[in-house]
Write a protein that binds this ligand. Structure first.
Ligand SMILES: Cc1ncc(COP(=O)(O)O)c(C=O)c1O
Length: 1080
């Protein structure tokens, strides 16, 4: 066999081996430290000012140095640019920022820039050195405009400038917004660079980086190195070596910033870039002014993320929360940065943004001699806070080399500590860091390590254990250092999902996509996040940080610049919820500040790897019946947890449940909100029990829900019925009026009876609202509390065109079925209180009596999640409302079909829920049941409620355009099919009389409930005292309530109901052959 014939299999084998070589993973524990031998590095030489890439390519007021930065979330972004040229000289005259407007036009296609933004600021800054022979600088006009209302994960085209001035707008650029915030979407590639500079090595880094197609760039400080120049444009590789002694102040040559902005424009105008300050941005000028160029030229989401400084801020991109911190601003625990960081981290919800990534300039874990342990004071102050919040990765720059750590905390290997990655050489002209502190003779003198600008204090203590015990340096590469290499380059982080991210270091000497170092960074939340909150579990196993000498940095952050605030955006009408919605910081007085604390607590607890000896016996799903587990998924069982300490106690809440309820009360505008696991039913019962003692009167509409009757039984209150208006053509009852309430109250008062409360059903099942405010004005002056059964109106607060809520109208107690129109799980409801007419403690006590002592956490957390969802989506009802209105309009044009509306009632009811569509096909000679059958059998349309003369459809947040279109088409079909066919038929009369008339009460509901019963044939029941509730639904009006005498009218109504084959759910004999009567 010739030699060549071996090659293909060998090559294949080699290829297979290469393909099989998976990157290492942090899961396999700390890696053995690796030092890559020093290769070729080449000297980095700055691009000269004659290079065409750094020269001004525009004229007049045309924009240049265009750049995009992210705002705090993916729905907003900043566009920045410069108009007008800079000036250098002994006397410079700053430009007037008002000369040119700041406008960005943007849209989804290059030829359709339909949106316009002009909210932000425009400014100039100056760098002043009023010393003999030195030159001053003043910038062009720098514009920052914020675009809002963007769709996440979407490509936007834009043009910036002043459209009113000829040739003062830019060409069309495009960028893509970050993916929507949430645990399932991530930016594909995040490029990370540091210490970039503007050399020929920089251009190689940038070119490689762009070819790797990042969606986002993090630049970790040290941007253009203008501070390696004198004001006359003379540069050096080492300022302190060449100029320090001969200059009155550390000079800079600010045009290098403009060069950098011009060179970078093709990148920064297309890929959002987020920057933090490095030491080369300090750029001290007279009056101790610092960071003028940095803070003027870049846009930061500081204000949006609650920071008051351009030096530290945070933002979300997909499932990642980034915090960008300042090495050169006060980082002490009492300082503003630290307090902001505490607030920011407390808000992070790891179920929404599982990844927490931090970035700043000066590394804490570096083993190079240059800048060795220079940032130890910052580490001592901040490390525990970051660790306790489970930061996953830390990116830094500063040291001109590459280094990746093992997971580490306080210099100790810790599986829950972050991975620190320093990418300190993007190509700048300073020397590369090549020597290590652990090289023989390499350990620097500790006294030489502190940076004066960072406080000038030595915070590094000697080590007491490990290979460096008793020393400042290690005697070999420390175990926390996993990989180090002195090379130029950039890194790319690919976050694959909520636990896995691939990190790759790309060296300039390789092809752009070749990999120098790579590792899978794997999160282990079950191991590292403490259940019930965001924190880590293992603080106690790690050595506590030694407290540091007090280091308080006073860095002048004011730059010399003229700032003009340009238009502050369009005034958008504030959604109603904003009036009462407190900031998360205000609302999280209890424990949590996640946006859905209960959901988060449940998730954290479920992610524990623990041996469970508690109920329920399916043991977090391990013993779940497989048929149900397959049906609803194992997750439902995993999260079906009992009242564990971290999950709080519904009946004595002081943790996550209290926090979640507080948030709900803020959103719904109440003074107190209770979560209910037994539906609105138990809320109504508790409300009646809390307001009425046995023998008190409760004024109620006759068409109240069955839960009110059971409340009367439980409380011993006596009903005083108000007969609501009844439309016999529709066989539907409406609401009640303030006048009716006033008459009932007066009647009782005249008879010397005590009124415990008034209960109003508003809206009714069909959406008819009563004038709650009017009823409150009748009751409150008399000290009578108003309870509103608002089971069908939980959504009213979330759109201006929906009726006002009972709480807004002053009701004392309002009970809402969050599970009806809103999106919590069936059986979950809320009880809202306002005012002080009713005792909070009494309501709590009654709720405890009425609810299970093992409330379902699935139900409770579904309430928390529903509230959170609503609070984040203020326009959520726009589409359903538009669809419902359009559908009603279309249905009214269908021959033979009518739609229920307010004019169907003579009373002046204030509103009807636009999302409830009730139609009648009576003109087609169809009963509600017949119409419903046709719609279901023939068109697969499932309604919410069927009556003798109507069918009701509930439009909700899940209703799709195709559903309502189908409804309209089906109604048309029904009309076409039945119009002629049935025209000769006469509509069968389904009713014999008004079910609300002729009530004769003999016993209270409670007395009747506890009286002995017997069964009689329905035909023989005339004159008997009814012992059960007989309530055909619809119209949902009880014909007989326990304790009422069976009259001729009620009997004939029931016989008719039976004749139609309607069953009475809840009656002892649902087919009404017999009824239960009191055996007195
Ligand atoms: C008017 C009215 N009130 C109260 C309730 C009881 O609500 P829940 O099912 O949440 O207990 C209902 C239920 O349909 C209802 O229609």
């Amino acid at each position: 066999m010739c030699r060549g014939s071996f090659l293909p299999p060998l090559l294949l084998l080699a290829a297979a081996l290469v393909a099989a070589a998976e990157p290492a993973s942090t899961l396999s524990g700390p890696a053995r430290p690796v030092t890559v031998p020093l290769g070729e590095r080449g000297h980095a030489v700055d691009l000269p000012d004659t290079d065409p890439r750094v020269q001004r390519r525009v004229t007049g007021w045309a924009p240049e140095q265009v750049a995009v930065a992210l705002s705090a979330d993916p729905t907003s972004a900043w566009v920045s640019w410069i108009t007008g040229d800079f000036q250098m000289g002994a006397a410079v005259q700053p430009l007037d920022p008002t000369t040119v407007a700041s406008v960005v036009r943007y849209g989804l296609a290059a030829d359709s820039l339909l949106h316009e933004a002009s909210s932000g600021e425009s400014l100039v800054y100056s760098q002043l050195y009023p010393f003999e022979g030195l030159q001053n600088y003043t910038s062009g006009i720098i514009h920052h405009v914020r675009l809002r209302g963007l769709d996440p994960g979407t490509k936007y085209y834009y043009q910036c400038g002043d459209p009113a001035i000829p040739d003062a707008t830019s060409g069309v650029h495009a960028f893509r917004t970050m993916p929507a915030v949430g645990p399932r979407s991530y930016p594909e590639r995040i490029a990370v660079v540091g210490d970039l500079g503007l050399t020929y090595n920089t251009t190689s880094t940038v070119e490689h980086m762009v070819r790797n197609q990042p969606d986002l760039i993090l630049l970790l400080g040290d941007v253009c190195y203008a501070n390696l120049y004198l004001t006359n444009g003379t540069g050096t590789d080492c300022y302190s070596c060449d100029f320090a002694k001969s200059t009155p102040i550390h000079e800079t040559y600010q045009p290098r910033w403009d060069y950098w902005g011009r060179y970078m424009e093709p990148v920064t105008s297309t890929i959002p870039m987020m920057v933090v300050e490095g030491n080369h941005e300090i750029e001290e000028q007279i009056h101790n002014r610092t960071f003028a160029a940095y803070s003027s030229r870049f846009a930061f989401p500081s204000e949006e993320s609650g920071s008051s400084s351009p030096f530290y801020y945070s933002f979300d991109a997909g499932g990642i929360h980034f915090v960008m911190l300042a090495s050169y601003a006060d980082y002490s625990r009492s300082g503003e940065q630290f307090r902001w960081l505490e607030r920011d981290l407390a808000k992070v919800d790891r179920s929404v943004t599982p990844w927490l990534i931090a970035g700043w300039h000066a590394p804490w874990y570096t083993t190079y001699k240059a800048h060795y342990r220079e940032a130890d004071c910052m580490r001592v102050e901040m490390e525990e806070l970051l660790y306790s919040h489970g930061v996953d990765v830390v990116f830094t720059g500063h040291v001109h080399a590459y280094e990746r750590s093992n997971r580490v905390f306080n210099y100790t290997l810790d599986p829950c500590g972050p991975v620190h990655i320093s990418v300190g050489d993007g190509g700048n002209r300073e020397k590369m860091a090549t020597g290590h502190a652990d090289d023989a003779g390499g350990c620097p003198d500790p006294a030489s390590t502190p940076d004066p600008f960072m406080g000038g204090v030595l915070c590094a203590a000697n080590f007491t254990a490990g290979p460096a015990a008793g020393r400042f340096c290690w005697d070999r590469q420390p175990e926390y250092s996993a990989y180090r290499e002195s090379s130029f380059g950039h890194g790319v982080l690919e976050v694959k999902n909520d636990t896995h991210a691939l990190w790759r270091w790309h060296r300039n000497q390789d092809r752009y996509n070749a990999v120098g170092d790579e590792v899978y960074i794997v999160r282990e939340p079950h191991k590292c996040l403490r259940p019930g909150n965001n924190k880590l579990t293992r603080l106690s196993s790690s050595p506590r940080l030694a407290s540091s000498p007090l280091v308080t940095l006073v860095v002048s952050q004011e730059s010399h610049r003229h700032r003009v605030v340009v238009q502050c955006g369009n005034s958008v009408s504030a959604p109603r919820i904003s009036e009462t919605q407190a900031s998360p910081a205000e609302s999280s007085s209890v424990i949590q500040s996640d946006t859905s604390p209960l959901v988060h607590a449940l998730q954290s607890t479920a992610s524990q790897d623990v041996s469970c000896f508690h109920f329920p016996g399916h043991n977090r799903g391990k013993a779940a019946p497989s048929s149900l587990s397959k049906l609803i998924g194992p997750g439902a069982f995993l999260h079906d947890l009992p009242e564990l300490p971290e999950l709080d106690d519904l009946f004595s809440p002081n943790g996550v449940i209290l926090d979640a309820q507080k948030r709900a009360s803020e959103l719904f505008g109440s003074s107190k909100t209770w979560f209910l696991v037994n539906g609105t039913t138990c809320g109504i019962q508790a409300s009646v029990m809390a307001t009425c003692s046995p023998g008190d009167y409760l004024i109620v509409p006759r068409n109240c829900h069955i839960s009110v009757i059971s409340a009367l039984v439980l409380s011993g209150a006596i009903p005083k019925y108000i007969i609501p208006e009844y439309n016999s053509g529709w066989d539907i009852a409406g609401g009640i009026t303030p006048l009716q309430v006033e008459e009932a109250v007066k009647e009782l008062e005249e008879d010397g009876k005590r009124v415990g409360g008034v209960l109003v059903t508003s809206p009714t099942y069909h959406g008819v609202c009563s004038n709650v405010q009017g009823i409150v004005s009748v009751c409150h002056p008399r000290g009578i509390p108003v309870i509103v059964d608002e089971a069908h109106g939980a959504h009213f607060r979330f759109h201006d065109s929906l009726p006002s809520t009972a709480t807004e109208q002053g009701a004392d107690l309002a009970v809402q079925s969050t599970h009806k129109v809103l999106c919590s799980l069936t059986q979950s409801s809320m009880l809202h209180m306002t005012g002080d007419l009713v005792s909070v403690d009494k309501v709590s006590q009654c709720l405890q009596v009425l609810q299970s002592s093992s409330p379902s956490y699935l139900l409770l957390s579904s309430l928390d999640a529903a509230r959170d969802h609503l609070s984040k989506n203020t326009n959520i009802f726009d589409d359903p409302l538009a669809m419902a209105l359009e559908t009603k309009d279309q249905l009214t044009t269908v021959p033979g079909i009518s739609v229920l509306d307010l004019p169907c009632f003579a009373s002046d009811f204030p509103a009807i829920d636009p999302l409830r569509i009730t139609l009648s096909a009576s003109d087609l000679q169809l009963s509600g049941y017949e119409a419903d059958d046709i719609l279901y059998e023939g068109h697969q349309i499932v309604s919410e409620l069927v009556g003798t003369r109507s069918v009701t459809f509930a439009v909700n947040l899940g209703t799709r355009a195709q559903d309502v279109e189908k409804l309209v088409q089906s109604a048309k079909h029904l009309s076409e099919k039945c119009f002629l066919a049935n025209s000769s038929k006469l509509m069968k009369e389904h009713r014999v009389c008004d079910p609300l008339d002729m009530i004769s009460v003999h016993l209270t509901p409670r007395e009747a409930f506890f009286t002995k019963k017997r069964r009689v044939r329905i035909e023989d029941s005339l004159g008997e005292i009814c012992g059960e509730l007989i309530c055909p639904y619809p119209p949902g009006i009880p014909v007989l309530i326990p304790g009422e005498v069976v009259t001729h009218d009620s009997l004939s109504y029931l016989m008719n109901v039976r004749h139609q084959g309607i069953t009475i759910s809840g009656a002892v004999d649902a087919e009404l052959n017999s009824i239960s009567v009191c055996d007195l």
